[in-house]
Design a protein around this ligand. Structure first.
Ligand code: ATP
Ligand code: MG
Ligand code: MG
Length: 348
């Protein structure tokens, strides 16, 4: 079959590759880490740095289409991919890589994030805290994930001892939310948009812990407005593939948190819980194929992440036959590291 190139070597790439194999494609992983868990289930692996344009060009020459599973792939070297189609369009990467750019873009399309201000100095931070108030969260504009690169500021004094990193930051007002949810859509090459049911997401220590579908009714009520924003974003970016937006459901409607130009942890429940998974639909979209039905395949679904040593006793997890266990094959369990997940379906 044809070869799909995947930039990034983690569990998202691994699950894209597994879905691609079902459709008869082979995958070629490009990643800077030698021990890629996506490469383990793929036909080819280029182990090279993001800025190695010669390696990127050789990789692309083997691929019919290229996609990415990691949102911090540097954009400039991607021109080395040349004429090979790259989906989603790299302008989605550019937008999502900087929290400030992303928020301005979303506001321009009618979305509503938490109040925010860029911070480049201690004086900026004091001004942002005075204008927006506390509590708030200070975040690095780039490269944060799983709550890394974030500082919670509960009261003005909390900022005093802060050793600010030498990189651009953003201060956000703390949102009092009823719940968190995500919009996960897939846009086909022909512009067809399919939405998955929106999971309600619970985070612990900045890391996704549990996603539940369907969301509570008061959360579900905010999904249509959130989907409209997501569709405008996808259309404006000329997006092809799976796109995820994270929201806070508030007493005042949905508040945008952030977007991910890729398949998403809060969509892992779709492997068993939707008629077509986010991974299969992403593959279909980037390969120019018609999209599959995204409807729920059960009455309800719960996906729980296995973080750190939670994946240790997998026979115990499997002793309940209702558990679908996914282990990512990572060698070392470190605190906060996503090792796998468990999905449970509730039947009608
Ligand atoms: P991801 O792994 O989802 O990319 P991230 O490091 O980009 O995570 P965020 O999504 O910005 O982090 O924040 C992680 C979590 O922290 C959110 O899901 C939410 O629970 C909480 N959080 C972040 N920003 C705010 C905010 N402004 N108000 C309230 N809670 C927030
Ligand atoms: Mg993020
Ligand atoms: Mg997030």
């Amino acid at each position: 079959g044809e070869t799909i190139g995947i930039l990034g070597g983690g569990q998202l790439g691994r699950m894209i590759a597994m879905a691609a194999a079902q459709l008869g494609y082979r995958c070629h992983i490009y990643a800077p880490e030698a021990d890629s868990i996506a490469a383990e289930v793929s036909a080819a692996f280029t182990h090279a740095q993001w800025h190695d344009t010669e390696a990127l060009a050789r990789f692309a020459a083997d691929c019919a289409v290229v996609t990415y599973e990691f949102e911090n792939v540097p954009v400039a070297p991607l021109s080395a991919i040349g004429d090979v189609p790259l989906h989603p369009h790299p302008r989605a990467l550019e937008t999502a890589q900087d929290r400030l750019t992303e928020k301005h873009f979303v506001v321009s399309l009618g979305g509503r994030p938490a109040p925010f201000a860029p911070v480049a100095s201690a004086a900026d931070l004091a001004a942002a805290m005075a204008g927006i108030g506390t509590p708030g969260i200070l975040k690095t504009r780039r490269e944060g994930y799983d709550g890394k690169g974030q500082w919670r500021i509960m009261e003005p004094g909390d900022a005093d001892g802060l050793d600010l990193p030498e990189q651009p930051l953003i201060y956000e007002g703390f949102v009092t939310f009823l719940a968190e949810f995500s919009v996960i859509l897939c846009r086909g090459a022909d512009g067809d948009i399919r939405y998955f049911d929106s999971p309600e997401n619970v985070h612990a220590g900045g890391i996704l812990s549990v996603s539940t579908v369907p969301a509570a009714p008061e959360v579900e009520a905010q999904v249509p407005a959130a989907r409209e924003l997501a569709a405008r974003i996808a259309e404006t970016l000329g997006y092809v593939g799976v796109l995820t937006l994270e929201f806070f459901a508030t007493g005042d409607g949905p508040v945008f948190n952030e977007m991910a130009p890729r398949v998403h942890n809060s969509g892992h429940w779709t492997i068993e819980g939707a008629l077509t998974s986010q991974f299969e639909n992403h593959v279909r979209a980037i390969c120019g194929l018609p999209l599959g039905d995204t409807r729920l395949a059960a009455k309800g679904v719960e996906m729980r992440n296995l973080i750190g040593d939670e994946a240790h006793d997998w026979p115990a997890i499997l002793s309940d036959p209702a558990n679908h266990l996914h282990l990512y094959g990572k060698a070392a369990a470190r605190p906060g590291r996503k090792m796998g997940h468990v999905t449970r379906l509730t039947l009608g």
